[in-house]
Design a protein around this ligand. Sequence first.
Ligand code: HEM
Length: 396
Amino acid sequence: MTVPAFPMARAARCPFDPPPAGIELMKQGPLARVRLWDGSTPWLVTRFDEQRALLADPRVSADITRPGYPSPAPVQPGGSGIGFILMDDPDHARLRRMVTAPFSVKRVRAMAPAVQQIVDDLVDDLLAGPNPVDLVEAFALPVPSLVICELLGVPYTDHEFFQDHSRTIIRRDAAPEERSAASAGLVNYLDGLMGDKLTRPGDELLSGLAERVTAGELSRMDAAQMGVLLLIAGHETTANMIALGTLALLQHPDQLALLREGDDALVASAVEELLRYLNITHNGRRRVALEDIEIGGTVIRAGEGIILANDLGNRDPSVFPDGDRLDITRNARRHVAFGFGVHQCLGQQLARLELQIVYGTLYRRVPTLALAAGIEDIPFKHDGSVYGVYELPVTW
Ligand code: HEM
């Protein structure tokens, strides 16, 4: 039997659905071999239960430098340069703990008025600006970029620099030298900012990291790499959820009408459902087995690569019946769009807050919002590790 190539192609007809070949593999069983760009054949884990079990299993490693790790692209010498997301405990836990406090439910809830203000101001600018306009540039990217800049203490005036660099890092087809240069550029930039915070501390997250560097608890390189991780993760993902979520709602006018009329609980439910349905981190969570692991009737051998396809897990019919249907009234909270286990998304409460405020504001304040292009003309990010749209021309 031929081993299918991974990543797989989506059907042009429905750009919100996972690749049909992946759905077919899920029907056949919870695990299948796939072939990567370098000829390696890791396991693709297609079903929800097996994905959660493996993501919570200490016998799997997220360390990209380990032999057998199913890397989406050639690994840079010296690791990824993007912090603890690609490390194992205890180093991962030690570094993650240093930045968890600002992302707690309570601290994030306290940010609601500031996030609402950012969204309101951007909607004002949108309504006063050119029509039609690209929603990505005018709204979807600025919302999370402004929020994460404020939280970290990064000047938003540098947004073109850091957005451009992070786009290169997450582009699947970027040449290795290009990706290395972009991540080195961002590490240098964050290191420079951290240097400023050492002399003029504030109350933002980067100042907290700078204090730990001074106290000898953290190396300057680890601090800069954490800054890069938070900056990239903080805006790329949410921006894509805003633009792609808007496109999905415009393509499902009944759901959009429900959402527009709904209360806060329905808006919160719509956020979970869109996270499940769109699953923008569509390249799977990547791991390597540290020991032999028996799962779903198969033994994954020590040293074998594992790709946990959370886009497929979020359509697993045993957990989400009729999962190919977007239904904002469904209880989708168990989705794996934020991953699972020790690496589960640190920023999930912040992402939820931003998306709830955006989805609860934009379509009410701009009730005639419509696409200004045919869906066949929208450029989708098939080449990125985060799925979304490059542009979304809209009118009202
Ligand atoms: C809708 C938006 C978002 C989605 C869909 C998302 C998705 C994810 C996923 C799937 C992971 C797990 C990675 C893995 O297991 O390999 C993750 C980890 C992470 N996310 Fe998010 N994320 C979002 C927003 C954010 C935001 C706003 C931040 C804020 C800084 C953030 C920071 C992080 C960090 C630091 C990690 C690494 C956690 C660790 O390794 O312990 N994310 N995210």
